[in-house]
Design a protein around this ligand. Structure first.
Ligand code: AQP
Length: 332
């Protein structure tokens, strides 16, 4: 079967609905059709505003619990922590040495995040983040990488680096394809439906999967809508309403046109009520399951250990090949 690799950062207490609909939901589906590798990218989580060590440890376990609650099955996929597989950092170095400085400087996520944080807190790690991400993917010879729209440019860099390495040193890496859904590729902030829902944006516009249901319902009812009164799917003209329709469609497993049709002629308030009900119905059992899993951290650590062992089998092999191609002597 084709191989899939994807990762998620343990950067906050909870994943948000954009993470889930844009990426994680797809992972749970792909584990049945692909040879699957999914990781919590803790190395990436210290690139900007590094959390206290005990907070990072806790967030990594909470992330794993959420991935399990979302349906990832350690019997059907390798689920691991990035830092448990040292080959990620090792391959990253080699890739850094074939990445242009200007090329890395053109990454819009770096430009946005560094502009938001001010130059004092910007690290070299934030700059080379996309190269580490390329290493994450290329180590596993992944054919497909399910991500949200915001990661498209990083995927393009990954493809370029794979092709560059292959043409310089001989065929080594599979050139991966981005796997980006249609309507759910970009879930927008409830308070500003022109920007993506994001952990680092304000709380009020972010649907956190571990939020209290009452808080979630309130956030959805306060979502910014558009002028006019008509419920219609029109992402350019009606970004707020279209975002809500996408969320409703995705959380009830229906097409967005069907959902839009159902609400035609009804008011914004009715739509918001339905979205709140659908999101709460999805989130309640998800959060309960996550808490159950978190009650047994030793089991989470066992899942990670088994996942890392499986991941390393593939990663060590690819790294050895890449080192050899570059001309590093085999360690005696
Ligand atoms: N709003 C979104 N809509 C669809 N997909 C999204 N993803 C993130 N936001 C949306 C996808 O979620 C996966 C994991 O994300 P991540 O945690 O690795 O990185 P991120 O994109 O940095 O997440 P945030 O919340 O947006 O964090 P900040 O605020 O730090 O930028 C990825 O596949 C991503 O595409």
């Amino acid at each position: 079967p084709p191989r899939v690799l994807s990762g998620i950062q343990p950067t906050s207490e909870s994943f948000h609905l954009g993470n889930y609909l844009g990426a994680v939901k797809q992972w749970a589906i792909m584990q049945d059709t692909h040879d699957s590798y999914f990781c919590v990218v803790d190395l990436h989580a210290i690139t900007l505003d590094p959390p206290a060590p005990e907070v990072l440890r806790e967030r990594t376990r909470v992330s794993v619990a959420q991935l399990l609650a979302a349906g990832l099955d350690p019997a059907r996929c390798a689920l691991f922590a990035q830092s448990h597989v040292p080959e990620h950092a090792q391959l990253s170095w080699v890739l850094e040495c074939i990445t242009g400085f200007g090329e890395a400087g053109r990454m819009t996520q770096f430009k946005d995040k560094s502009a938001r944080s001010g130059t004092d807190s910007i690290t070299v790690g934030l700059f080379t983040y996309p190269v580490l991400m390329a290493a994450d993917i290329l180590l596993y010879q992944a054919d497909a990488v399910p991500v949200g729209e915001d990661q498209r440019q990083h995927l393009e860099l990954t493809r370029n680096l794979a092709q560059r390495f292959n043409s310089r040193y001989g065929p080594t890496f599979t050139v991966p394809e981005a796997f980006i859904g249609k309507e759910t590729a970009k879930i927008y902030d409830l308070q500003d439906p022109t920007v993506k829902m994001s952990k680092s944006l304000g709380e009020a516009g972010t649907i956190n999967l571990l939020d209290d249901p009452a808080v979630l319902a309130k956030k959805i009812k306060r979502a910014v809508t558009d002028t006019g009164t008509e419920v219609r799917y029109d992402p350019a003209g009606k970004p707020g309403i279209s975002n809500l329709l996408n969320i409703l469609a995705a959380t009830t497993d229906r097409g967005v046109e069907q959902v839009a049709g159902e609400f035609a002629g009804q008011g914004y308030g009715t739509l918001k009520g339905a979205v709140a009900d659908a999101v709460v119905a999805f989130v309640e059992p998800f959060a309960a399951r996550t808490r159950e899993l978190l009650a047994d951290p030793a089991e989470i650590d066992r899942v990670l250990a088994a996942g890392a062992a499986r991941a390393r089998e593939v990663a060590a092999n690819t790294l050895a090949q890449a080192y050899d191609r570059v001309g590093f002597l085999a360690a005696a």
